[in-house]
Write a protein that binds this ligand. Structure first.
Ligand SMILES: N[C@@H](CCC(=O)N[C@@H](CS)C(=O)NCC(=O)O)C(=O)O
Length: 258
């Protein structure tokens, strides 16, 4: 019998959905090999390897090629049901799937836009996201030559000033929604589910920005995030315009005492 090859996970350093899948694999005790790809270049590589999508995370496992964090979380439960990433109860499962979808479509995209806008303002912190990554070129060189990649990412992800301002204005509401799910038992139970990992990864990347960290870490959402993902490479010192951050600052203010 031929040995079964180790699953291979394709990631981009600093990718939050890729981190969600890394933690899911670890949670399930699935040994895997990680391949770090450079952003943008990743698209061509995944296409060449005939993955169904051109984004990370993409996973090769049991002879299957799967792209997309939600597709992968579903497949992982089929491949190794224990511990489960989705509840057995159908109504509870729908709630977790809804939260996971929101974490993917709203939070994930918003945090990605905020991060690339910050990197557009100051490219130096990009190097900190490469900690521990093997991308085939020296990290200093990668950052020094990153201008075309940054420009492409701003375009690919529609990172307009308006969109980022709107994301930051919406952020306190996103945190309220997540805290509400924790309160209602959809997130934050002892056994983490797929939505826990998806949302914690989005918030964990957001917490690498000094501009956002305080507003998140003081809340139940922040506690959950640090419990599930204590380590995440990268740090961006304050760089976003103060007026864009006002909605978050208002949220951070301690309750008034009379
Ligand atoms: N929402 C999808 C897409 C993920 C996605 O867009 N990943 C980004 C990295 S966070 C990517 O691969 N971007 C390609 C690039 O940067 O060139 C998922 O959760 O899998």
């Amino acid at each position: 019998m031929r040995p079964v090859p180790r699953p291979t996970l394709y990631v981009i350093p600093g990718s939050h959905p890729a981190m969600a899948i890394r933690r899911m694999l670890e949670h399930k005790g699935i040994d895997y090999k990680r391949v770090d790809l450079m952003p943008v270049v990743s698209r061509g590589v995944l296409k060449m390897m005939r993955f169904p999508g051109i984004t990370v995370p993409s996973l090769r496992i049991d002879g299957r090629k799967i792209s997309g964090s939600r597709e992968i979380s579903e497949a992982l439960d089929e491949i190794k049901p224990d511990p489960p990433l989705f509840p057995a109860d159908p109504a509870e499962r729908v709630q977790v799937e809804d939260a996971e979808r929101w974490g993917d479509e709203v939070l994930q995209d918003g945090v990605r836009r905020i991060l690339w806008n910050a990197i557009k303002r100051d490219r130096a912190p990009l190097r900190s996201y490469l900690d521990g990554a093997r991308i085939g070129v020296p990290h200093g060189l990668a950052v020094a030559t990153a201008a075309p990649i940054i420009a492409a990412e701003l375009k690919i992800n529609d990172v307009t000033e308006e969109a980022v301002k709107a994301d930051l204005a919406a952020f306190p509401g996103w945190l309220d929604r997540i805290d509400g799910w924790i309160d209602g038992g959809v997130l934050g139970e002892e056994q983490p589910n797929a939505a826990d990992f998806q949302i914690a990864a989005g918030l964990r990347l957001a917490m690498t920005l000094d501009d956002l960290r305080l507003a998140i870490e003081t809340r139940p959402a922040g506690e959950l995030t640090l419990r599930l993902i204590p380590e995440f490479p990268g740090r961006v010192p304050p760089v976003l315009p103060a007026e864009w951050l006002e909605p978050l600052r208002a949220d951070e203010a301690p309750a008034a005492t009379s």
